[in-house]
Ligand binder design. Sequence first.
Ligand code: SF4
Length: 313
Amino acid sequence: MRWNDKPYHSLDYELKKKYGEKVYKIALDAGMTCPNRDGTCGIRGCIFCSEGGSGDFAAKGTTIAMQLEQGKQYFHSKKIGTKFIAYFQSYTNTYAPVAKLEQIYREALDEPTVVGISIATRPDCLGRDVLSLLDRLNREYDDKFLWIELGLQTVHEQTAQLIRRGYPLPVFETALTQLHAISIPVIAHVILGLPGETKEMMLETCVYLAQKHISGIKLQLLHVLKNTDLAQIYEKKSFEILDFMEYIDIVISCLEVLPPDMVIHRVTGDGPRDLLIAPLWSLDKRRVLNALHQEMKRRGTWQSAVYAPKTIL
Ligand code: SF4
């Protein structure tokens, strides 16, 4: 099975199919914080999270409209980009009074060149008032989309505690049910290579998600960034970072268990060059993508090759 020339159902393929052209993401920093940092769940954050709240590429600017304008200018200067996704990336983007959330989401949705918004958040930050706002906006802006991106990272409780995720798996399941009930597509964020996780454990996370009717997934290589607790653990050599071909092999196995209609939003990751400690091979994203495509071709495999709706490892 192929999606244009790719052996997996990429976001790029999906957006070109829907809009007839490439759609670019503008990462935004809405000035949020996170319960894992403000003392509600903890103060040091997830062990891998950078000081920028995992939004190190976000545009800077005082308002969402200004950040969007700045992002558009960047793409226009490269003579590309007429349609955009406003990506609320930094920190937890549903963790604020609902009036503020409504104002920032509307600011993005009202921009004519924005085809939809993607909101990165935690499943424990989707109270009834937030869900009701999302439901209302989803109906009102029926020509645009609202996506919610949930940072799951792993289904394994032991790892979740080690990385200080700050919520147990049933909280994710409840959020998923509630978002499905109001027809908001969910994208799950998964990290591959977390300390103590084997390939089988990573596959268990993907098999679990394959059964959950989520619309998309981000497979993110674990990055060790400066000034994180993960960096301290890494420097003590208490875990091994994935090497290049090991990562390619794991990504392929993950893609094989995912359903064909699940959109693959990411298969690697862009570590900010000035913060990245390891793995440095990930800086060459093109090489990673080329190797992934070539290896899938060599193996004659594709996304969903061993997917079964009731797969149990
Ligand atoms: S929940 Fe997100 S923003 Fe908060 S510490 Fe973890 S990764 Fe960072």
